[in-house]
Design a protein around this ligand. Structure first.
Ligand code: 6PG
Length: 473
């Protein structure tokens, strides 16, 4: 192609490669660059797309893009992003734009925005969700920050994103690092939903005695109802995947240690910082860490032998129905936590995020896409100031009927020593949020007793300290 390319893409791994092809399918010409010659060759050998070209020379790559340039990055988060920016900068002109489409930490993104703005460049953080298939055929895209840069890419993003009822699953999210913040929250919710599904699997398998075939049938059935979602759908498929290199189904031969790249933990860390409770997500992160302590667990299991007699469920269908209702209730509570945190973060960091918009662009393309997001979008559209999704008329009745089942399902797990950390965290959050009184008065008394930290009173205004009558050394 002799004309200059409309966009540049750095990082031609699976995600970058697929995104380039997606852009090309929608008529956008793209120059690609990767340090790895194999990935460059891979893209160049395609004879199906004549509006793309991959380069192994960064100077030639930059020179092939229309000015002012818009260069997207799909490289691993962290120092590699900085290294690529440093390599690019001397080759760029003022007003060129760099768009980081990876899972960068929002604090890093804000730093890069500030630094590059001083140098005359535009920089945006943009969240992309949907894995490899999403990148190729339509992800959910969460752009935030620089509006000049956004204006250059908004049509392209709308074209390549997933569509729900013809509406693109992308929209301007907010100022600064809002795009990466929202992607982090997406991932935290993803962790909790996955954890809740795996706790359901544990109970169904161990107490319910469900076989893989039966689990497939249960999840397939759930996916036709209120739990309809990408994660439920892939879970049903997982149970029927045969093991090509072993016996039986693959699921039974996968080591029970969950890995993570950090986005869920980042959300927990920031939740503590901005004081927004997200216990279902915290529990999911913690449980991944506990699962990774396999060697310790193997040794410990011998020390504290549990009563291995787990009574089988009297009626499998009743158990599956109960878990379906409990899971749906826990899904609502998880989204409530994540979205309440997003509201708080938006106020703390002045992002100007509209939660209804976020929920609506998560309806398609992303990993947490689910039928429930349609109602969540409506709930926030009907009340932009909604403090917590659990208070919305759209969900309050469902929560009222779901709560006793959630409690019953957790009790079953606890009775048989089946860990239910995210389910329990959801119920504890629900019980605490809807409690007029919590025993925090005692914590205040203890703080004042040992450290003169003072307390407030329930019956009058002011700050108080007591000389507690007993001294304990
Ligand atoms: C997505 C995913 C993706 C994430 C993976 C793995 O939205 O497409 O969130 O961005 O990287 O899910 O995350 P962990 O390795 O932390 O599980």
């Amino acid at each position: 192609m002799s004309e200059l390319y409309s966009f540049g893409m750095i990082g031609l791994g699976t995600m970058g490669n697929n995104m380039v092809l997606n852009m090309s399918d929608h008529g956008y010409s793209v120059a690609g660059y990767d340090k790895n010659p194999a990935q460059v060759a891979e893209l160049n050998k395609l004879d199906t797309h004549d509006n793309i070209e991959a380069f192994d020379d960064i100077k030639a790559f930059v020179a092939s893009i229309k000015v002012p340039r818009t260069i997207l990055l799909l490289v691993p988060a962290g120092h590699i992003v900085d290294a690529v920016i440093e390599e690019l900068k001397p080759l760029l002109q003022k007003e060129d734009t760099i768009i980081d489409c990876g899972n960068s930490h929002f604090v890093d993104t804000q730093l890069r925005i500030d630094t590059l703005a001083k140098e005359g460049f535009h920089f945006m953080g943009l969240g992309v969700s949907g894995g490899e298939t999403g990148a190729r055929f339509g992800p959910s895209i969460m752009p935030g920050g620089d509006k000049t840069a956004y204006a250059r890419i908004s049509d392209m993003l709308a074209a390549v994103s997933a569509k729900v009822n013809g509406e693109p699953c992308t929209a301007y999210i907010g100022t600064g690092a809002a795009g990466h913040y929202v992607k982090m929250v997406h991932n935290g919710i993803e962790y909790a939903l996955m954890q809740l599904i795996s706790e359901s699997y544990h109970l169904l398998k161990v107490h319910g005695g469900f076989t893989n075939e039966e689990l497939n049938a249960v999840f397939t059935d759930w996916n036709k109802g209120k739990l309809q979602s990408f994660l439920i759908e892939i879970t049903s498929a997982i149970f029927l995947q045969p093991d090509e290199s072993g016996k039986g189904m693959l699921i039974d031969n996968i080591l029970d240690t969950a890995h993570q790249k950090g986005t869920g933990a980042w959300m927990s860390q920031d939740a503590m910082k901005i004081q927004s409770p997200i216990p279902a997500i915290d529990a999911a992160v913690t449980q991944r860490i506990l699962s990774s302590m396999k060697q310790d667990r193997v040794v410990a299991a011998r020390f504290f032998a549990k009563d291995n007699h787990i009574e089988k469920a009297a009626n499998k269908e009743t158990l599956a129905n109960d878990i379906e209702n409990a899971l749906y209730t826990a899904f609502i509570i998880t989204y409530s936590q994540g979205l309440a945190m997003l509201q708080q973060a938006s106020a703390t960091y002045n992002y100007g995020i509209d939660v209804a918009t976020v929920a609506s662009i998560w309806r398609g393309g992303c990993i947490i896409r689910a039928a429930i997001l349609k109602e969540i979008t409506t709930a926030y559209q009907n009340n932009a100031d909604l403090k917590n999704l659990m208070l919305s008329p759209e969900f309050s009745d469902t929560l009222k009927t779901g709560e006793p089942t959630l409690r019953r399902v957790i009790q079953k797990g606890l009775q048989y020593a089946i860990p239910m950390p995210s389910f329990s965290a959801c119920l504890n959050y629900f019980d605490s949020y809807f409690s007029e009184w919590l025993p925090a008065n005692l914590i205040q008394a203890q703080r004042d007793f040992f450290g003169a930290h003072t307390y407030e009173r329930a019956d009058k205004d002011g700050i108080f300290h007591t000389n507690w009558s007993q001294t304990i050394y």
